[in-house]
Design a protein around this ligand. Sequence first.
Ligand SMILES: Cc1cc2nc3c(=O)[nH]c(=O)nc-3n(C[C@H](O)[C@H](O)[C@H](O)COP(=O)(O)O)c2cc1C
Length: 330
Amino acid sequence: MTDLSTTYMGLKLVSPLMAGSSTITGTVRKLKSLEDAGAGAVVLGSIFEEQVRAEVSDMVAVLETQDNPEAYDYIRADYPMQIGPEKYLDTIRQAKALLRIPVIASLNCTTRDHWISYARKIEQAGADALELNVYDIPHDPAEDAAAVEQRHLNLVAGVSGELRIPVAVKIGPHYTSLANFIKRLTALDVQAVVMFNRFFQPEIDIEKLKLKSGINLSHAEDSGLPVRWIALLRGLIPCDIAMTTGVHGAEGAIKGLLAGANAVQVCSALYTPAGAGVIGDILKGMSAWMDRHDFGCIADFRGSLAEPAEGAGRGFARAQYVKDLLGRRE
Ligand SMILES: Cc1cc2nc3c(=O)[nH]c(=O)nc-3n(C[C@H](O)[C@H](O)[C@H](O)COP(=O)(O)O)c2cc1C
């Protein structure tokens, strides 16, 4: 009998599989179906900084005039965009009243100004933790890499340490020195890093000569990027790690845990016809795999393929690539 229970940021989870932030985690009814399917925790759809500052209609108008179709599409695709900040707090309260599993709120911010007080409201509404979604596409040629990183660190520093609930930071993979950035991030009193957000990619309609809107979902092959970095950094950072991107089945979730993730988030797979049922399928697959390998609990295998902090690496960096190339020549 396998035991899938684990902990993440000090929260007890019935399983390491969390429903990641999206439109699906925006309504209490859907959250309940995710819990019923076996999710260990849910991360609510993000509340966007723009929502905290302005009414939704104002925000849409601003984004439309700002020639920023990517941001507009991302936000338009998202349910929380349709609701105001008070409604977001209501969703947290209702979710807490209905669910037994941890409810993690999500805040998307690009500036430090407006959100510390809102983060406190989120805490007061009863969220078990807060995930900061650092969704940012720095494209100002005047801002160098150091300035971008410092801006992101300032965002996090603004809230970590201010709340009693645990804080996770969800980042993208595009930092010049990812390992150095994450090391500095984890010095800021955060309880987890969520690796990696998958930014929406713009699509051009070549007939209409304009950008297409719509959601593009991940594929199982996309899990390689977070798995590599989780394995490389597991031994070097003190806080928990959640994997996001490319978990579409038990195999992806197991890879993330073997690499050293404490929990694994699933999002795109929830948009397939199986819906929340994917959670049960993944958990069933994980249990069967654990049985086959005689693992009684998650701790029996979690991190067992992470790169050792010292000594010969397992090949998550360059070694495997070189080996494969040389192997092919033989
Ligand atoms: C339709 C949709 C909406 C999303 N909304 C959010 C969001 O509000 N906040 C957030 O942090 N991530 C959001 N994401 C990103 C997901 O949480 C996840 O990190 C990403 O899709 C990679 O995981 P996946 O491969 O399982 O989809 C969204 C993704 C999708 C597909």
